[in-house]
Write a protein that binds this ligand. Structure first.
Ligand SMILES: Nc1ncnc2c1ncn2[C@@H]1O[C@H](COP(=O)(O)OP(=O)(O)OP(=O)(O)O)[C@@H](O)[C@H]1O
Length: 641
């Protein structure tokens, strides 16, 4: 490109050599970014970008587009907040086109819905080719594409996709379409959103992110930018509506203006004749409208008097209570968080082994203070078992695990769920067959060595936690299934199968009490914060609707949103809780479970199809504040023991 011989070859930046580069794309991709970086600082798109714009079928940029495109071409992560129809798609299409043209790299677009992906593919300029990961994608098809569209789940979830990705060209950048989903959908609904950036960074080496959204509030935009690692000054927003969308209001006194405005319909309806027809209709309705609006004014007044009258007798705020229920559906308490932390960071033997090694070794080596002795263990927890233990939906647990993974100290690394329970069927004389099989299979040999009594496999079946086995052998789990397949079918007719979907992760096992406590605090406060902010948002929405209702109709409605915690009522509520505990003496309730039943929220252990039938308790205390109710219930449960 004839520019930038003093640029770093890795990142394209100035002021350092490639060997001291803080870590950006290397090779030609980095060089390309360096070139566009200079142009971006010069504040005008170079001729090559303008040419690409023409190839894609446009003559000029709309507000915000050029800036966003130049930033992406320079490798700078950017969040673009533009109204719908303003041309956000071009912000990824044009860089994808140029990156592919120069370096053969591919650009990823992460989109929340299959229908949105299909829309994007069908609306692409002819010079671009994109494929969706949900379609039956073949390697040859994907090889020619400049853009790959995929869902967050297919990105973070499937191992097969990662394998598929290994043969892919380098990734130029990742675009998150509908980026507000990262902030608004990630929690408990689509936890994969919490992990996409980490996965893209760590597994695929992506450094440049482009977030596109039309619907982010300032708070959401801040949240998304923080998640994508975008500095606040890298946000691009432009107000206004695109030129091909005109909204105008014309009053009767200036009828000719209506006509001239209508000419702007040309973009939508190419027939001028049609426009004048529309104008004629508008004139007619304009005159008729005067009479009509007077009638409507009187009619509406009567109608809303009637509605107000009705509302006076109807309890309001029921919708608020119904929506609030859905927020509390995923609420956790400290005990739940603690149980999860204990399961995830179960103690290992690394400290003990290290201590023994120290005793045995003659030279006592000082272990560096800031390093961990444990290097982390692969572990699995069966999903169904954890769902029942914590009485939480799978998505809510996945969210908690994602939050743990995002902890700055990186105590946990999350992998896609897998089947972790290994079941081996041994034919014939079981123990002998097992010994025979173990000769060619180290994992089986390891299992047998741990069974001095020799009773293993006598029943003809062997079941064990395969992740724990591979970890105790010092292997990575992905090696185990291949090794276990060796005896199968070859000599001894042993059948191996994997069952029970489990959460799969790598976690440390040498965390001390202080670290475990701080993790519990971290997780609990994140979950609480989230719940409070959702409740705040719901409440302010409700207030806004209510305010408008009052302003228009001058009516001060009743607010049933949150019932004040009246001291006098406390004893009655406690009595209700005691009644529930007495009605189900065999159930092991928690305060949260009791509050859920009184709010009419089903959970894995207390499903609505069973507890919803008992009208004495189900939804009985819906207006009460959830957390306070849960606290009271916990006190009553403790008192009853
Ligand atoms: N620079 C441009 N000049 C003229 N038309 C453009 C330009 N950029 C985009 N468009 C057109 O604007 C229309 C809307 O573009 P696009 O679908 O990218 O908008 P969007 O902001 O992504 O909207 P949404 O939020 O609905 O996804 C398309 O028909 C597109 O061809």
């Amino acid at each position: 490109f004839g520019a930038g011989s003093d640029l770093c070859f890795r990142c394209g930046g100035k002021g350092h050599w490639a060997s001291e580069c803080p870590g950006e794309a290397g090779g030609f991709l980095g060089f390309l970014r360096g070139f566009f970086g200079i142009k971006q600082r010069e504040k005008h798109p170079p001729e090559e970008v303008l040419e690409a714009l023409r190839i894609l079928g446009y003559n000029s940029f709309r507000p915000g587009q050029a800036e966003a495109i130049m930033r992406v071409l320079s490798g700078i992560s950017t969040l673009v907040v533009l109204p719908t129809g303003m041309g956000k798609s071009l912000c990824y299409q044009l860089p994808a086109f140029l990156y592919h043209r120069h370096s053969g790299s591919i650009s990823l677009v992460i989109s929340p819905l299959v229908s949105l992906m299909d829309d994007q593919v069908s609306g692409l300029p002819s010079a671009l080719k994109a494929v969706c990961i949900h379609s039956n994608l073949s390697q040859s098809q994907s090889g020619k594409a400049q853009i790959l569209l995929l869902s967050p789940e297919s990105l973070v979830g499937s191992g097969s996709f990662s394998r598929f990705f290994r043969d892919f060209p380098p990734v130029a950048f990742a675009c998150l379409d509908e980026a507000h989903c990262v902030s608004q959908w990630s929690h408990n609904f689509r936890p994969a959103y919490l992990r996409i950036c980490k996965v893209l960074r760590e597994r695929f080496g992506v450094r440049c992110f482009l977030g596109l959204t039309a619907t982010a509030t300032a708070a959401t935009a801040r949240d998304v930018a923080q998640h994508l690692g975008i500095p606040p000054e890298n946000g691009i927003g432009a107000a206004g509506i695109p030129e091909n969308l005109r909204l105008s209001v014309s009053v009767d006194s200036d009828r000719d203006q209506v006509g001239s405005d209508l000419r702007s319909f040309q973009g939508i309806s190419n027939s001028g004749k049609k426009n004048w027809k529309i104008l004629g209709k508008i004139r007619f309705w304009g005159e008729f409208g005067g009479i009509w609006s007077k009638f409507m004014e009187k009619f509406l007044k009567c109608w809303f008097f009637f509605i107000n009258f009705l509302f006076f007798f109807l309890p309001q705020g029921q919708d608020l209570l119904e929506l609030r229920r859905h927020i509390h559906e995923n609420s956790v308490d400290f005990l739940t968080v603690k149980i999860l932390i204990q399961r995830v960071f179960a103690p290992c033997k690394c400290l003990e082994i290290h201590g023994k090694n120290q005793e045995n070794s003659k030279e006592i080596s000082e272990f560096p203070k800031n390093s961990r002795i444990c290097r982390g263990h692969e572990r699995s927890i069966p999903i169904q078992e954890l769902v029942e233990t914590l009485d939480l939906r799978e998505e809510a647990i996945q969210t908690l695990l994602c939050l743990l993974e995002l902890h700055p100290e990186k105590f946990l690394e999350l992998f896609p769920p897998l089947r972790s329970r290994c079941r081996i069927r041994i034919p014939g004389n079981s123990a002998a067959a097992l010994r025979e099989a173990a000769r060619g299979c180290p994992p089986l040999g390891f299992l047998l060595a741990q069974d001095p009594s020799g009773s293993l496999g006598i029943s003809g079946f062997l079941e064990f936690d395969a992740v724990a086995l591979s970890d105790s052998m010092g292997w990575e789990f992905r090696r185990l299934p291949i090794q276990l397949q060796i005896p199968a079918g070859k000599s001894c007719g042993i059948q191996v199968e994997f069952q029970e979907f489990s959460f799969f992760f790598r976690a440390y096992g040498d965390l001390d009490g202080r670290e475990l406590d701080s993790l519990c605090q971290f997780l609990n406060s994140r979950a609480l914060e989230r719940e409070k902010s959702e409740l705040r948002r719901l409440r302010s929405c409700f207030r806004a609707f209510q305010r408008n209702f009052r302003e228009i109709w001058g009516f001060w409605g009743w607010e049933f949103g949150i019932l004040l915690w009246l001291k006098d009522e406390e004893e009655e509520i406690r009595a209700e809780i005691r009644k529930l505990l007495a009605a189900f003496p065999d159930e092991e309730f928690t305060g949260r479970a009791v509050a859920r039943i009184f709010h009419g929220i089903g959970s894995p252990r207390f499903p609505s199809r069973i507890f919803g039938r008992d009208r004495r308790f189900w939804r009985r205390l819906l207006p009460l504040e959830f957390r306070s109710l849960s606290r009271l219930a916990s006190q009553e449960i403790l008192a009853s023991r």
